[in-house]
Design a protein around this ligand. Sequence first.
Ligand SMILES: CC(=O)N[C@@H](C)C(=O)N[C@@H](C)C(=O)O
Length: 596
Amino acid sequence: MIKFPKPTVEQFLRTYVISNFAVSKDEKRIVFNTNLNGKMNLWAMDLPNTFPYLFAQKDQSSNFIKFDPEGRYVLTGYDNDGDENYQIYAVSNEGGEPQPLITGEPSEKYYFTHLSEDGNRIYYVTSKDNPNFLNTRVRNLADNSDEVINVGENGPTYLAGVSDKEDVFVYMRLLANTYIQLFVKEGDSLVSVTPNPEKIHVATSPVFVGEKDIYFTTNYDAEYNYVAKYNLESKKFEAVVNIDKESIEGLEYDKENNLLYFTTEKGVEDNLYRYDLSSGEVRKMETPVDVLEKLVVTKSGNLYILGRGATVPYNIYRSTDGKSWDLLTDNRVLGVDKEEMVEPDVVTYKSFDGMEIEALLFKAKPENDNGHTIFWPHGGPQASERKMFRAMFQSALNRGYTIFAPNFRGSTGYGSSFVKLVEQDWGHGPRLDCVAAIEWLFENGITDRDKLFLVGGSYGGYMALLLHGRHPEYFKAVVDIFGVSNLFTFVNSVPEHWKPMMERWVGDPERDKERFEKDSPITYLDSMVKPMLVIQGAKDPRVVKEESDQIVEKLKEKGRDVEYLVLDDEGHGFSKKENEIKVYNAMLEFLEKHQN
Ligand SMILES: CC(=O)N[C@@H](C)C(=O)N[C@@H](C)C(=O)O
């Protein structure tokens, strides 16, 4: 018999990411953004079921894809090696070299928001002339004229919806992740679609239904987002439909059949529903994966989703009957069956104050188990760890590590009060939720006290540094991936349009000086005695390199065992395959070195 060796780490890491997709009007082509050839590029497939082909090469991440309804071009947006300064490009309908269309200085952002029905006017939001609050402009492709239609005020303001006749505009003002106002622009004034914009709530995803109604999702006076509507004539707000303990996240309208489709976030999973606007019937629909990243409903009523599961990488699926799904892309782990990978158990534990915390426990298979656990606090922090494929997780599991990922207070998917608990408390409650999780792992015999590693990215990297500084006794070694090390420097170095939300999110460095000191990992250098690997993208605009530089420098001065890996052409993530492989190989090597 021929014997094949155990899968290598590369096999897991060779799966590709699909970050976005669009469907042409005739549904004969999908274009998607993927690192199929190692770097992020636009690829296309002619449906049904053809081999993917390269559609536009720029080797950069794209933040949107939009087909011209007249079939003349495809619009997209690129940044530069992860700097998140996206600018707008056009690609010929046949594919080819992306041409700069709406661009400016390298430090400026140009976010596409809407294309007119005739494909001649592009609405976009830009940091140019208003870096904190953003302006909305429209470019007319017929005569190349370009004008400002809204000047953002009092908070970063995004165009969120345009009526078919382009005479009604909906704007979203993002004051925090938990405070998003939604306004209709009438004349020069913004009129709130919810009864009181001063009350803390979120309102997003507006869709125009008929001439007079705007449907949207909100948690106004509620814990979970529901669907509401605003009538442009009566100016009345009305709650329409809610799903118990699920947060409605995105709305898509099927005009032909008068149906609203929406996805919901429920803890570690998503669901898909269909709401019949004529009969009021709500139907839960089967989906092929647990986490839904994007939903598209076409004019013909077909559904397309981009999604992933814990053991299923990113794929695009289509349903023509609302019941069964065809797999359009066939992204799989090279030579590894779903059964050879690990589905997580969903567990709950009680935290220090009695609060129930949900977590994902990925148990290494007995034949692989190396006896060690990786503790993974997720990023965001107003996000959550979900049943979603992570090549890094499955390769570490295959190497024998168990992984534990708690959705500590501040995580999304458990109601708005829970999400708010991390605001102005980055380092106390969520940290103690992590400590309670670690004790729970020991008490339940899942992990031995001397076999725990700590790995986290972004806010998770911050939490890894803070746990290392305050509770070093728990860990054998620590990996920090672009984590915040100092709250004072962090709040001043984030992108300009984030600055208006920093006070609510993190706090005020002068008013909250004592708390910032207490919650900044850099305060605890003396007790950061365990070996550490720090990984950072040089172009990261969210957690800038200075956050990693300062902690690495100070620990090195103290003679600590710190390895520092900087990726010159990456931002807040690893979009290039070779970089991703380098990073996760370095991480697994580091963990292996410190097992004994
Ligand atoms: C404004 C905001 O919530 N941004 C998050 C998506 C984000 O990027 N947070 C960083 C710090 C992270 O943890 O990923």
